[in-house]
Ligand binder design. Structure first.
Ligand SMILES: Nc1ncnc2c1ncn2[C@@H]1O[C@H](COP(=O)(O)OP(=O)(O)OP(=O)(O)O)[C@@H](O)[C@H]1O
Length: 216
């Protein structure tokens, strides 16, 4: 499936204040896009619009040329979204969480316990698979959510502050994973205050927090 996500004249108004207006961009196969800007500038609000959780105040988000509300099923079948909250069920163990991700990802091929184990291993959680997530550390919880990147075969990754609570080795591994994904033809949109050490972004969306923006 090809990635083709566009923002057309996107605007976001919060509390009678425009965070951004007339934002235009397009994300395609191979793109690695960074959304940047100071605290409160609207990065998460933009991500929520791009993932269909927040209606644009103005303009539209298009998936493969169709407005998001009309393309919702196809879009969600192409997406791994990792938000501020980890998307992890605290009462379940890591292994159960991964089985649950597989169960709700109805279009994915790789539905096996072996795939879950591989994903757990890839995020360094082997040995913790049977411990309820509520008893894991903040970084380990985050890693359970990030295991979806290994488990689900989706072309578009939208990651809101994915490095929060992740240790140095984990950050390097995640940077590498995201770069590889894009190199192989996937696409990723990442909000982060963290500077990728070794990765070139192909797109940048900068929000200034005063209604202005730049797109590179
Ligand atoms: N549900 C909401 N209702 C009303 N205003 C909101 C809501 N969520 C966020 N805002 C406001 O929108 C502005 C932008 O918030 P947002 O979370 O998009 O910023 P951000 O750039 O992601 O910030 P940070 O870097 O701190 O995560 C903030 O001033 C915030 O108060």
């Amino acid at each position: 499936m090809r990635v083709q996500l566009e923002g057309r004249q996107l605007g976001c108004e919060r509390d009678e204040r425009w965070l951004f207006q007339a934002l235009e961009f397009s994300i395609e196969d191979g793109d690695l896009c960074r959304v940047e800007g100071p605290n409160g500038s609207g990065k998460t609000s933009l991500i929520k619009m791009l993932t269909g959780q927040l209606e644009p105040s103005e303009g539209a988000v298009l998936w493969q040329g169709k407005p998001l509300p009309k393309a919702r099923a196809a879009f969600h079948g192409a997406l791994v979204y990792s938000g501020h909250l980890s998307g992890v069920k605290e009462a379940l163990t890591p292994l159960e969480n991964l089985s649950w991700y597989q169960a709700i990802g109805i279009d994915d091929d790789a539905r096996s316990v072996a795939a879950c184990w591989q994903a757990l291993d890839a995020v360094g959680l082997k040995g913790f698979e049977d411990i309820p997530v509520a008893q894991l550390s903040a970084g380990q919880r985050r890693r359970v959510g990030l295991a979806r990147l290994h488990l689900l075969n989706r072309p578009l990754w939208i990651l809101d502050e994915p490095f929060t609570a992740i240790d140095r080795e984990g950050v390097a591994a995640l940077e590498h994973l995201v770069a590889e994904h894009c190199h192989k033809g996937g696409a990723a949109i990442v909000t982060t205050h963290h500077a990728f050490s070794s990765v070139a972004f192909t797109r940048r969306i900068g929000l200034d927090g005063h209604g202005g923006h730049h797109v590179l």
